[in-house]
Design a binder for this molecule. Structure first.
Ligand code: SF4
Ligand code: SF4
Length: 293
């Protein structure tokens, strides 16, 4: 089983549109959306949710007012300022948003009045789309541990692939270069970085390339909207060449990509124009180099 992870370093480069196009072209893939903070692949693939699961992202402390003796030790022990209390209340109070779940207060409360409870930080879904199964998730507002949720979603996609005999997982990675991105690329067969010829695009490309190299994941690049700045597109070519990275292709700016998104289709499904032709070419090359791994 192979997994191709599509990354960009930042949002707005066309990463999700390109993932949706590849999903349409691939032979029975399992699709994964690892952008758990702002998943949007489902807007194009319109999944029919088959399973919904809660994501337990961590634990928070809770005080049993019937046991609390107002000794005040938990206030002093909490390094995150999460415990407070005032005259007239039944006991000290733990701010669930401020609690980091370290468990110190529960371990040392002399009255055993504090318990650590699971925190539901989001939900993850196994769904069916018109091109095959899709696994994705939504982190709750203010939820943490997005890296852990990304790992969970990827593992679940592998289970689905194993049970269905799918040979390919296509993963739409999260933006940035933080913990969720690391969780999305570690152990992948190949990373494809979708970049654009702008100063910030090149900067982000360099950061993701460094990250992928650290995890020894073979990397390729697609230059999207390459005609908006030919000089910087050439700079990307030079950077890729200097780092032994293949540029799979250049895609010219075309409003057809947005038009396809607006009607909930991949650009391959929506148009037979130059963007679709180029994406088909790129997909053929990408499939070939991935299968050779
Ligand atoms: S340490 Fe325990 S008993 Fe003391 S104030 Fe905190 S919860 Fe109450
Ligand atoms: S679990 Fe840790 S962070 Fe949460 S209230 Fe207790 S001491 Fe503070």
């Amino acid at each position: 089983m192979k997994e191709i992870v599509i990354l960009s370093g930042k949002g707005g480069t066309g990463k999700t549109s390109i993932t949706a196009a590849f999903a349409t072209l691939a032979d029975k893939p399992i699709v994964v959306d690892c952008d758990v903070d702002a998943a949007d692949l489902h807007l194009v693939l319109e999944p029919d949710v088959k399973e919904t699961h809660e994501f337990i992202g961590g634990k928070t402390a809770r005080i049993d007012p019937d046991r609390c003796t107002w000794c005040g030790q938990c206030v002093e022990m909490c390094r995150f300022g999460a415990v407070s209390g005032a005259d007239g209340e039944d006991s000290y109070f733990i701010d669930q948003m401020a609690c980091e779940g370290c468990g110190v207060c529960a371990a040392f409360c002399p009255s055993h009045a504090i318990t650590m409870e699971d925190t539901i930080n989001g939900r993850w879904f196994v769904s069916q789309t018109r091109i095959g199964p899709m696994v994705y998730a939504r982190l709750g507002a203010g939820g943490e541990n997005s890296g852990k949720l990304v790992t969970l979603v990827r593992n679940e996609a592998r289970s689905v692939a194993q049970s269905t005999g799918a040979k390919l997982i296509l993963t739409d990675g999260p933006p940035g270069i933080g913990c969720p991105v690391i969780a999305s690329l570690a152990g992948a067969s190949r990373v494809v970085i979708v970049t654009e010829p702008t100063v910030s695009g090149i900067h982000d490309l360099q950061r993701v390339v460094k990250l992928a190299a650290h995890f020894r994941v073979p990397t390729s690049v697609i230059i999207n909207k390459s005609d908006i700045n030919p000089d910087q597109a050439a700079e990307i070519d030079a950077f890729a060449s200097a780092h032994g990275i293949s540029v799979l292709g250049r895609i010219l700016y075309d409003p057809v990509v947005t038009a396809a998104q607006l009607v909930g289709k991949s650009v391959i499904e929506y148009s037979e124009g130059p963007v679709s032709s180029k994406l088909r070419e790129i997909w053929d090359d990408l499939s070939q180099v991935t299968n050779e791994l």
